[in-house]
Design a protein around this ligand. Structure first.
Ligand code: ADP
Ligand code: ZN
Length: 728
């Protein structure tokens, strides 16, 4: 490494952070983890989804010599992960069973020639002697184990393949190991540390709080219509709608589609090709919404999910937290909406009753009780969620849940509670919520007539309020433990001793009344960008992503686009100040986005004059290529008169890699004569194609030439054209 300082002595890590990732500050815990790794310590970190775990190993991988091996459980995710880091100029590959022989040897060549910062591998590789032998032959700066809870049988996603990771420390005693997970109770944490044999790890347990997520619970009524009107209130946003059963997924998806929403279904009953197609369409922003069972999960790395809706009650809070956690990974506001209907609990109870192991059954029942409690509680939702993970929320008002944001008020509802409980008692404690509600609202059902329940004292006393209101009172009574709902196929309501106290007026009973429902936690997070510009930036992003065959968020996150639509950067230097715009992305996309913003501003002077100040003042940064020495070696060999392919052969790298170096060197302003690497006739042909097709997409050029032109040639000429353009 040609760094002047040793990485663990770098005082200001925000300099490389900014240069590579375009981020101006670290998220909580990132810096201390990076520093621990640079000091070659083992690390154990629990950080919530979206907390920015990947940066914790990517930045050290970039700064340290040697490669970082990333263990990740999902092969389907690796390509996107690698695409995303490469887009920041970090050299990365993955190695798994999806590669063919040729691709594998290509990766191994890069690995052994020291041309990689990161290598993503699946855990099962560690059970293979041959793979361990390959790794032993190269310098390794770090092993990063992602989704580390998969090694614990106590976690909710145990994977036997992970057990072989305990070999790492034995075989590579000199390399630090860093384990990351988003969900681990203390018990799972101990398990992970033991099984990976971490040596006195630097341990981080980050807060489970996700301040940019707004939590809302709404009584479930006609859920498809409720979801539809929610979607209409946020057109063009990406989101997931979870339903419990496949049939409901199908029904909801077709209902929404028939009302014009761009949605697709996802569940385990679809063949894998359809699932993949739908997931890709969602990832690439071709559709906005996916309606899914919880089978749609781990493979989702999309950072711009703006809402997660639960059409049915989840089985437990862990699941709910994880599913809602997929929203707003980019740190921008996102909405988590749960439709709660009491009927759902009986469905779940039925499933629980099918569990054979009694201990498991009672754990599941307790977890369900907590979930219901969360949905019906009349206090801050965030506080309740955090309490579940043994965490206390400091603030009184979180500002971003339906309860806190609505200015909800506790009102006395003792009379209403007494009406319900009296109906329960007078009907003998033998009926469920539906019948009790029918009684107090004076419904004229056959059941009521035949049982003579129209003659009891409470019959019809609550008819001036809708049924829904009485259901909510029942929910509140259950939540406050005044009544319980029995298990079994026909759950019935019964009074508890606390309920008796309220019934006889010896104790107060209050419920929460929401004043107004605010969408989103605007109070907690800013949302003041130009919508129209944002939409245009989005479609530019979509186009660029399609050209490179990567998901849009790999190009820029929503957060980055929001900031552009808020600050209207007008020059490359200003663009450089936008969060998420690093050197490489500026180089790659800066021009396109700048020209869009500038022309938007010209045609909308009004909008532009409201531009917010840039998030950080512009300060010129020394332009240093990352991993400079590999470029320098290539440069020296070129200077000695070698051609692209000769350099490639000499260095044991692919011609594509060297062409990438040449591109970079040309763009850095080095004097390289393209004609030395590309025959002049070909150069002319390539220039002509670039011009005619009006694109800077290499694939289009190669395709249009009938593949007579290579990617390498096109890449070199594109760089030459770009620098010529700059000089004009
Ligand atoms: P996790 O793996 O913990 O769920 P990711 O590593 O995918 O989270 O990061 C979530 C998002 O946050 C990504 O879009 C990432 O680019 C962004 N991010 C990470 N660190 C920072 C930072 N310091 N500043 C701004 N954005 C960040
Ligand atoms: Zn709250």
């Amino acid at each position: 490494m040609a760094l002047a300082q040793k990485p663990d002595e770098i005082e200001d890590l925000t300099v490389p952070l900014d240069r590579v990732f375009g981020f101006h500050t670290f998220r909580p815990n990132q810096e201390e983890i990076v520093r621990a790794i640079l000091a070659r310590r083992d690390v154990f970190a629990v950080m919530p989804t979206g907390g920015g775990k990947s940066l914790c190993y990517q930045l050290p991988a970039h700064l340290l010599g040697g490669v970082c091996i990333v263990v990740s459980p999902l092969i389907s995710l690796m390509k996107d992960q690698v695409d995303a880091v490469r887009d920041n100029g970090i050299r990365a590959e993955y190695f798994n069973s999806s590669l063919n022989g040729l691709q594998r040897s290509g990766v191994l060549r890069r690995l052994s020639s020291g041309d990689l910062d990161l290598l993503y591998v699946a855990p099962e590789r560690f059970a293979m002697e041959s793979f361990l032998a390959i790794l032993k032959a190269v310098p390794i700066c770090l092993f990063a184990v992602d989704e580390a809870h998969c090694i614990s049988e106590w976690g909710h996603d145990f994977r036997p393949d992970y057990l072989s990771l305990s070999l790492i420390v034995e075989h590579f005693p000199d390399s630090p190991v860093a384990a990351f997970t988003a969900t681990a109770t203390k018990r799972v944490q101990r398990d992970i540390i033991e099984r990976l044999r971490l040596r006195d790890p630097h341990t981080v347990r980050a807060s489970f709080d996700r301040p940019n997520l707004f939590y809302e619970v709404v009584a479930k009524d006609d859920v498809e219509r409720q979801v539809l009107s929610f979607l209409r209130s946020r057109p063009d946003e990406s989101g997931i709608i979870y339903r419990t059963t496949r049939a409901d997924v199908e029904y909801t998806a077709s209902f929404l589609a028939s009302h014009g929403a761009k949605v697709r279904p996802y569940h385990a009953g679809l063949d894998s090709e359809t699932r993949k197609k739908n997931q890709d369409a969602f990832n690439r922003d071709e559709i906005n919404v996916i309606v899914a069972t919880i089978a749609f999960g781990m493979g989702i790395d999309k950072s711009n999910i703006r809402f997660v809706v639960h059409g049915d009650l989840p089985k437990n809070i862990e699941g709910y937290y994880q599913e809602t956690g997929r929203a707003g990974r980019d740190g921008e506001p996102a909405h988590c909406l749960l439709f709660f209907g009491r009927g759902d609990t009986s469905t779940i109870r039925y499933f629980i009753s099918q569990i054979e192991d009694e201990a498991q059954q009672s754990i599941a029942t307790e977890k369900l009780r907590q979930m219901v409690h969360f949905a019906t509680i009349n206090a801050c939702r965030r506080r309740r969620l955090l309490a579940y993970f043994d965490e206390t929320l400091e603030a009184d008002n979180c500002g971003a849940c339906d309860v806190c944001a609505s200015g909800a008020e506790q009102v006395d509802a003792a009379t209403e509670a007494q009406i319900i409980m009296s109906a329960i008692v007078r009907t003998g404690g033998r009926f469920g919520a539906a019948h009790v509600t029918d009684v107090v609202t004076g419904a004229n059902t056959k059941k009521i007539r035949s049982l003579g329940h129209n003659r009891i004292k409470t019959y019809g006393v609550g008819r001036d309020r809708p049924k829904r209101y009485w259901r909510e009172i029942i929910d509140a009574l259950v939540a406050q433990n005044c009544i319980v709902q029995t298990d079994g196929e026909y759950p019935v309501l019964k009074l508890t001793p606390e309920g008796q106290e309220v019934l006889f007026g010896r104790q107060a009973f209050r419920v929460l009344v929401k004043k107004k429902t605010r969408r989103d936690g605007q109070s907690a997070v800013t949302d003041d960008y130009d919508r129209e510009l944002f939409e245009r930036l989005r479609s530019l992003r979509r186009r660029l992503a399609r050209e490179q065959d990567v998901p849009p968020f790999v190009v820029f996150s929503d957060r980055t686009l929001h900031e552009m639509a808020r600050c209207f950067p007008a020059t490359p230097d200003e663009m450089r100040c936008i969060t998420g715009v690093g050197e490489q992305k500026l180089e790659r996309y800066g021009k396109d986005f700048l020209s869009l913003i500038v022309s938007f501003r010209e045609s909308n002077p009004e909008a532009g004059s409201n531009a917010a100040p840039l998030p950080v003042p512009y300060a010129p940064k020394p332009r240093k290529s990352p991993k400079g020495e590999t470029f320098e070696i290539t440069w020296r060999l070129l200077e000695e008169g070698l051609s692209c392919s000769q350099v490639a052969e000499m260095r044991g790298l692919t011609a594509g890699t060297i062409a990438g170096h040449i591109e970079r060197l040309i763009l850095d302003g080095r004097d390289i004569e393209p004609d030395r690497h590309v025959e002049p006739a070909k150069r002319l042909e390539i220039e002509r194609l670039f011009k005619r097709l009006g694109t800077d997409n290499l694939r289009e050029i190669v395709d249009a030439s009938g593949e007579t032109i290579s990617f390498e040639d096109a890449r070199i000429i594109r760089a030459a054209l770009q620098t010529n353009g700059d000089q004009k």
